[in-house]
Design a protein. Structure first.
Length: 274
């Protein structure tokens, strides 16, 4: 679990150190992380440790802080007027907020895929090559191999290998989302953040993305926000339940879904609210 706190549905407040459900050192660790949009507090003392090479799902009702926490991990709130935080988030043991942190380099290490596919108005090839080309990650002669590798990792190469010069926006919705995943993977990140990546997709495209996630965790650490509890149960190794800005419970997915420790977790999973 993370921190348990009093809430509208009860529960006992107590402080805990960040706990990783894995025996291995975590790749990400949140330490009493709180966040405000101006005067409104969106997160309260969130503490958890996210294991490497696993899928961690963040679940909970709308407006409970899941996406705010996800976007905090690669500092997407930096330009949000009035935003501030307390506590810390560590990547491989180092604070992402440390003075002098190169935010561009941080976002290369922590990729992001958003809720709706957002390919650039460029050819498929240039969508994937954009990051490595901009960041100088590969010489021009190596870009084709890097693009192909990323598209293969995203299970898209066989569908677009003869369409690389076509606009990315001409692909289907599911293909566009996999293109966005390939675009993130082309930077060879350590962590891949995904904010409801299947919410705008049909069931067949959703299944393809879920199968892809299971393959990608062999190489990457994945953190996914989802409102689909069945999806979390299918693909996630670990699950965190957020409620009114608190991380109520964090643990192995099977434990969270079948033997939740907190009554609020059980109430949400069984559909009594949310």
């Amino acid at each position: 679990m993370g921190r348990r706190a009093d809430g509208p549905m009860g529960g006992t407040a107590r402080e805990e150190r960040p706990v990783s459900p894995s025996a291995h050192p975590p790749v990400l660790e949140s330490q009493a992380y709180s966040f405000w949009y101006g005067p409104t507090q969106a997160l309260h003392d969130v503490s958890c440790a996210i294991p490497r090479n696993a899928i961690t799902a963040l679940i909970g009702p709308s407006g409970c802080g899941k996406t705010t926490f996800l976007r905090s991990i690669n500092r997407l709130h930096d330009l949000t007027p009035g935003a501030r935080h307390e506590g810390d988030i560590l990547l491989d043991g180092g604070s992402i907020f440390a003075p002098g942190t190169d935010v561009v380099a941080l976002r290369r290490r922590i990729g992001m895929v958003f809720q709706r596919p957002n390919p650039f108005p460029k050819p498929v090839y240039d969508n994937v090559a954009y990051g490595p080309r901009l960041n100088g990650l590969a010489p021009a002669g190596e870009l084709p191999d890097r693009v192909e590798r990323a598209l293969r990792q995203a299970a898209l190469w066989d569908e677009v290998s003869d369409r690389l010069r076509e606009p990315g926006t001409a692909l289907s919705g599911g293909q566009q989302q996999r293109l966005c995943i390939a675009r993130a993977l082309a930077n060879e990140p350590e962590v891949l953040l995904m904010d409801e990546p299947c919410s705008a997709l049909d069931p067949i495209a959703t299944q393809r993305i879920e199968e892809l996630l299971v393959e990608l965790k062999q190489t990457y650490t994945i953190v996914i926000v989802t409102h689909n509890m069945q999806q979390a149960a299918r693909v996630a190794d670990y699950t965190g339940f957020f409620y009114v800005g608190n991380l109520v419970e964090f643990g192995a997915t099977q434990q969270v879904f079948t033997r939740p420790v907190d009554e609020r977790t059980e109430a949400y999973i069984t559909g009594r609210f949310g």
